[in-house]
Design a protein around this ligand. Structure first.
Ligand SMILES: NC(=O)c1ccc[n+]([C@@H]2O[C@H](COP(=O)([O-])OP(=O)(O)OC[C@H]3O[C@@H](n4cnc5c(N)ncnc54)[C@H](OP(=O)(O)O)[C@@H]3O)[C@@H](O)[C@H]2O)c1
Length: 244
């Protein structure tokens, strides 16, 4: 793949998403990213990327709307001519005990965390298949793979990221497209920034690094996996959890 890549990051306005945008911009990528509600954060991020000398396109899109996802992906492809790298990062959590979980809660979280991955990947794969190149990186969570204090619907959505990744990787490998998962542990901002101090302390006690991670530490793994330096790495789950 040529050095100058076009990367599309979903949920760029969030903690991990903005760090991923900046890491990929530093690596020479032009950046398209989505936001949902936080326009001010999105505008500030777009300015920072522009100041790094990269081209940038930011757009509001509710991940639950197939039309909005399709429209932003088409816009990005028209603006930049193509998209080489997709980072499926959008996510939400809802702290609710299982007994109080309503069907609507389940559906909303699955739509944001999981169906969005399907929608963005489908919209951008057509171009990647045509060009016979591309990288898709899905942000999972250690919460989907360990017996941790996370809501059941969140854990289920994140465990599903692994199956989604493996099956898609198998299907599109023949077109020169790599698909892997980046699986963070507890990070000290974004969704992780809201966990109670007791839970944060417990994580730090069991984690070999003795602390939660930082968004930039996840972004470094994404930057590497998006690059040709990872050309022979496919269908993997890259765990960034400080050692649990
Ligand atoms: N932080 C952690 O400890 C941690 C650990 C493991 C995995 N993760 C995963 O990392 C990813 C990013 O999380 P984060 O911690 O950076 O959280 P965050 O700061 O809350 O960011 C979430 C992002 O998702 C977007 N989003 C939420 N609902 C949306 C919707 N309906 N439509 C479109 N976009 C929507 C938000 O947009 P707006 O802000 O513009 O509304 C924001 O850009 C998630 O997949 C999360 O599960 C995080």
């Amino acid at each position: 793949m040529a050095d100058k890549r076009i990367s599309l990051i979903t949920g760029g306005s969030g903690a991990l998403g903005s760090a991923i945008c900046l890491a990929l911009a530093r690596e020479g990528n032009d950046i398209a990213f989505t936001f949902h509600r936080r326009k001010a954060e999105a505008d500030a991020l777009a300015d920072r990327i522009r100041n790094m000398g990269r081209r940038v396109l930011a757009g509001a899109a509710d991940a639950r709307s197939p039309e909005a996802v399709e429209a932003f992906c088409r816009r990005a492809e028209e603006h930049f001519g193509r998209v080489d790298v997709l980072v499926n990062n959008i996510g939400m959590i809802q702290a609710v005990p299982f007994a109080l979980l309503e069907p609507e809660d389940w559906d909303r979280l699955m739509a944001v965390n999981l169906k969005s991955m399907f929608l963005f990947s489908k919209a951008l794969l057509r171009g990647m298949v045509r060009r016979r190149r591309g990288v898709i990186l899905n942000i999972g969570s250690i919460g989907g793979h360990r017996m941790l204090d996370v809501p059941v619907h969140y854990a289920a959505s994140k465990a599903a990221v692994t199956g989604f990744t493996l099956s898609l990787a198998r299907e599109v490998a023949r077109y020169g497209i790599r698909v892997s998962e980046i699986c963070p542990g507890l990070i000290d901002e974004g969704i992780g920034g809201n966990v109670p101090p007791r839970q944060m302390a417990e994580y730090s006690r069991y984690c070999a690094a003795g602390r939660p991670g930082r968004p930039g530490e996840v972004a470094e793994a994404v930057a590497f996996m998006a690059s040709d330096r990872a050309a022979y790495i496919n269908a993997q789950k890259i765990i960034v959890d400080g050692g649990l």
